[in-house]
Ligand binder design. Structure first.
Ligand code: SAM
Ligand code: DTB
Ligand code: SF4
Length: 354
């Protein structure tokens, strides 16, 4: 495939399987070419997540700690107060995030919840952050209300292939999900949609998931690729570990198939080595969740991520907001420098036997 080939929505399974079957170096080289033709090579978009309503979800997604069908010892919470959400958003911004993603364990939002949620969008946006929400299925009216409140992105994942889907979720269908994605697009919001790998699916399912995502027209602006976080109490707690090389291949194939989308190395980084993460960036991942927590499970500590960025020469992609590029670059450079100083001080303390 030429790097400049037109963006396509008609990938066949044979073509996708052929990409997966390439020698690893050839696949990564192709993904790098596509990446560099479309993005700054070392820029990574950073989003911070917050669970605004936790647990007791009526859906039965087998991977999810928040499903009310499983006993995961999770502390359930009502919808967070707006002030708490804004406080967390401010902290995320101060730590360097450019987008704030709010998630609720709902099948779909009730209209009375939407009033509070709209206010959250307005107030978080007023801080100069991009906004994203993931609230389950939405109808046309709800999507328009969110768009009018200024919501930039709506996240709704396809999760897996159409064939494997029934093994993972029985309380709503694949077409329900596609319908929500179409509704979000119609309301004029940007789409964030991806899936989870490592749920016992086969290689064909991974190809078919990417095929479905690339069929969306236009492609989702953001494509989160999650590695299953195995949470005790969920039916997938003992799923077999996925080969990290297969995971990296999936990132590279997503990059090639959706050249202009941000591919997010999403859940699962806490359990991943730095080398696997570095390979994911090489394969074309250019977005991460940043901050110590995903929704209910852990994510690498922010200072560890800053150190990883410094080690790899990556930098946070500029946000489309009021803070000038220079101010942001200056602040982040200062944070990275401080991080290096702290590490050096810690090394010296060890050398000195302190
Ligand atoms: N309830 C809404 C929904 O499902 O659309 C929004 C929140 S839900 C937690 C958002 C996404 O998180 C899911 O679609 C799934 O892809 C991801 N997710 C949930 N649990 C996960 C896990 N244990 N490992 C990896 N990803 C997970
Ligand atoms: C996505 O694809 N991954 C995020 C976000 N979109 C909402 C959620 C990951 C959740 C991992 C399990 C947890 O922390 O509860
Ligand atoms: Fe509920 Fe979303 Fe978890 Fe499914 S993934 S159980 S819909 S919170």
């Amino acid at each position: 495939m030429a790097v400049t080939a037109a963006t396509r929505h008609d990938w066949t399974l044979d073509e996708i399987n052929a990409l997966f079957a390439l020698p690893f170096n050839d696949l990564l080289f192709q993904a790098q070419q596509v990446h560099r033709a479309n993005f700054a090579a070392n820029a990574v978009q950073v989003s911070t997540l917050l669970s605004i309503k936790t647990g007791a979800c009526p859906e039965d997604c087998k991977y999810c700690p928040q499903s009310g069908h499983y006993n995961t010892q999770l502390e359930k919470e009502k919808l967070l107060e707006i002030e708490k959400v804004v406080e967390q958003a401010k902290a995320a911004k101060a730590a360097g995030a450019s987008r704030f993603c709010m998630g609720a364990a709902w099948r779909s939002p009730r209209d009375k919840d939407l009033i509070a949620v709209e206010e959250m969008v307005r107030q978080v946006k007023a801080l100069g952050l991009e906004t994203c929400m993931t609230l389950g299925m939405v109808n046309g009216e709800q999507a328009s209300r969110l768009a009018d409140a200024g919501l930039d992105y709506y996240n709704h994942n396809l999760d897996t292939s159409p064939d494997y889907y029934g093994e993972i979720i029985t309380t709503r269908t694949y077409s329900d999900r596609l319908e929500t994605l179409a509704t979000v697009r119609e309301a004029g919001m940007k789409v964030c949609s991806g899936g989870i790998l490592g749920m016992g699916e086969g290689a064909q399912d991974r190809s078919a998931l990417l095929q479905q995502l690339a069929k969306l027209t236009p492609h989702p602006e953001s494509v989160p690729i999650n590695m299953l976080v195995k949470v005790p109490g969920t039916p997938l707690e003992n799923a077999d570990d996925m080969d990290p090389i297969e995971f990296i291949r999936a990132i590279a194939v997503a990059r090639i198939m959706m050249p202009q989308s941000h591919v997010r190395l999403s859940a699962g980084r806490e359990q991943m080595s730095e080398s696997t993460q570095a390979l994911a960036f090489l394969a074309g991942a250019n977005s991460i969740f940043y901050g110590d927590k995903l929704l209910t499970t852990g994510n690498p500590q922010a200072d560890r991520d800053r150190a990883l960025f410094a080690k790899l020469g990556l930098y946070p992609e500029k946000r489309e907001t009021c803070e000038s590029e220079e101010t942001q670059a200056g602040r982040l450079a200062q944070q990275a420098q401080q991080q290096q100083l702290n590490e050096r001080a810690a090394e010296l303390a060890v050398d000195a036997g302190v």
